[in-house]
Design a protein around this ligand. Structure first.
Ligand code: ADP
Ligand code: GLC
Length: 482
């Protein structure tokens, strides 16, 4: 089985969130199951050296405003197809945003270029390799099936994976020609969305199958509240939609070998975590306390519900708990958390920024992880938390609901709790969940039992990559019968 992935980010090379982690991990797991995956991503500045050493496998004289080529290269156990298009991707800073914090004004052309290049590979192959199936991820690759649909050439089936429906890639209808889309594509069953062009809608409408990243989110997407305007289309395509839970890369996120920890540990040596807690206290300027150390590792946006946490800080402080927050996002939230830390520096430590090593350290030494998201397609930090024994305190939504077992009376009696869930998603219920976690922490036997259970909870990719493979195989077999 040969599969082409098309995405805008891929860990460890370029990452702004969980999408990158998934794209960097699934191919390795699919490879173990016997599939070959090649990952098409833009060659951003951090990938330049890798691209220079790569082999040119395709060229474009004019890819939406400039020359481009695709370079094949292997690194970190992944087979990459790097889209070298300096006019689109050789820019310093965030891959989606300019220095002003706004989307790059030509994002439609940049990611149309990615989709278009992917469609060319799907149709023509590269270096004598042709994919059996293409899997496009999120809006940045959403136009790929539209380019296939308007071409007369045969092409492999396409799976669209929705990692987050709130990012839809909406652009002005006047861009149709610039995006190399034919007039007939601008209809409600193709790329048109309330008079505009939607990359994500194109992907959903024109792919053969649609997946999303947890079973609960797959159900939620069919509702007006979570479907964000696309619930009607998703309802119409319901039989083609599956929710497949994300896993994590067990090599990268392994407390027994993690190079970012002061001390590595296993389920049999939990005491060693103490050293990591001390390191976190030093890094965040916190005073040692007999209450739990909560952490947050997150984008600071309204999706993540961290405004609710601001309301709960007095309660958290009164419980003699500490909080270490690592995140970046809207300046309003950044400023509010910085102010909270200034007011209570011994118990609230805040680092504004993006820091991979510190994110690992927080998982390796905190007691609990707070994730009060308003919606969460899957969420990876709670999976890292489980593996590291940092008990997740999560809103009951999407993948959070699917992965954390709440410490209610029945779960405690049955010895299966791995964290704390709360619903409805508001500050009162988050405050109660924090209080429940603090109370559980004061019962060391129960807490360490939950830690061990959490660490043994299966969070790898095996089951989910098998589910992807079944979808790919079904599509490829269907195509063979045509
Ligand atoms: P999302 O993709 O919606 O941001 P996920 O939980 O799926 O949420 O993935 C977030 C990923 O980004 C995780 O790997 C997490 O550790 C990482 N992350 C988020 N914020 C930061 C940060 N400030 N510094 C380092 N890593 C971060
Ligand atoms: C998105 C979602 C997150 C998910 C990630 C990877 O960023 O917000 O919930 O875990 O994609 O699929």
């Amino acid at each position: 089985m040969d599969i082409l992935f098309v995405a805008s980010e891929c860990a460890p090379f370029v990452k702004t969130g969980g999408l990158a982690d998934v794209i960097g991990a699934v191919p390795k797991s699919l490879a173990v199951a016997g599939a070959r995956v090649r990952v098409l991503i833009p060659s951003y500045p951090g990938l330049q050296d890798l691209a220079s050493d790569g082999t040119t496998v395709a060229r474009f004289d004019d890819l939406f405003g400039g020359q481009a080529e695709i370079k094949a290269a292997s690194a970190e156990g992944l087979e990459l197809l790097l889209l070298v298009a300096p006019h689109h991707f050789s820019r310093a800073g965030n891959i989606y945003l300019g220095a002003d914090g706004q989307d790059w004004p030509d994002n439609h052309l940049r990611f149309a270029a990615l989709s278009y290049a992917g469609a060319e590979i799907a149709k023509n192959g590269v270096d004598a390799w042709k994919p059996d199936v293409v899997n496009v991820h999120d809006w940045q690759a959403g136009l790929l099936p539209a380019y296939l649909a308007q071409s007369s050439k045969t092409a492999p089936p396409v799976v669209m994976t929705i990692h987050n429906i709130s990012f839809q890639g909406l652009f002005d209808a006047s861009q149709l020609k610039n995006l190399k889309l034919k007039r007939e594509m601008f209809t409600t069953d193709r790329v048109e969305y309330y008079g505009r062009i939607s990359f994500l809608k194109a992907g959903i409408a024109l792919s053969d199958r649609i997946t999303t990243v947890s079973p609960s989110y797959a159900c939620e997407l069919l509702t007006p509240e979570f479907g964000m305007g696309l619930h009607g289309l998703l309802q119409a395509r319901r039989k083609d939609l599956s929710g497949i839970l994300n896993g994590i890369d067990l090599d990268v996120w392994n407390p027994e070998t993690d190079p970012h920890l002061a001390k590595t540990y296993s389920v049999r040596s939990l005491k060693r975590r103490e050293a990591n807690k001390r390191e976190i206290e030093t890094t965040f300027g916190l005073r040692r306390s007999d209450g739990p150390l909560f952490c947050v590792i997150s984008r600071l946006t309204s999706q993540k519900g961290l405004d609710l946490l601001l309301d709960c800080l007095p309660g958290l402080v009164a419980e003699r708990a500490n909080l270490a927050l690592l995140g970046s996002g809207t300046s309003e939230l950044e400023q509010k958390f910085l102010a909270a830390s200034k007011q209570n520096p011994d118990q609230i430590g805040v680092i504004i920024g993006y820091d991979e090593p510190v994110s690992h350290l927080l998982q390796g030494g905190s007691d609990a992880l707070l994730i009060p998201s308003r919606f969460e397609p899957c969420g990876l930090t709670q999976l890292y938390g489980l593996r590291y024994g940092t008990l997740p305190v999560v809103a009951r939504t999407g993948g959070l609901a699917d992965t954390v077992i709440d410490a209610n009376e029945a779960a405690i009696a049955a010895n299966c709790a791995t964290g704390f869930q709360f619903a409805p998603i508001n500050a009162t219920m988050l405050g109660q969940a924090i209080a429940r976690a603090c109370a559980a922490y004061r019962q060391p036997g129960m807490w360490s039992g939950m830690m061990r259970r959490a660490m043994r909870h299966p969070v790898g990719w095996n089951a989910s990559s098998a589910a992807y493979l079944r979808i790919y195989a079904g599509l490829a077999a269907g195509r063979d019968q045509d």
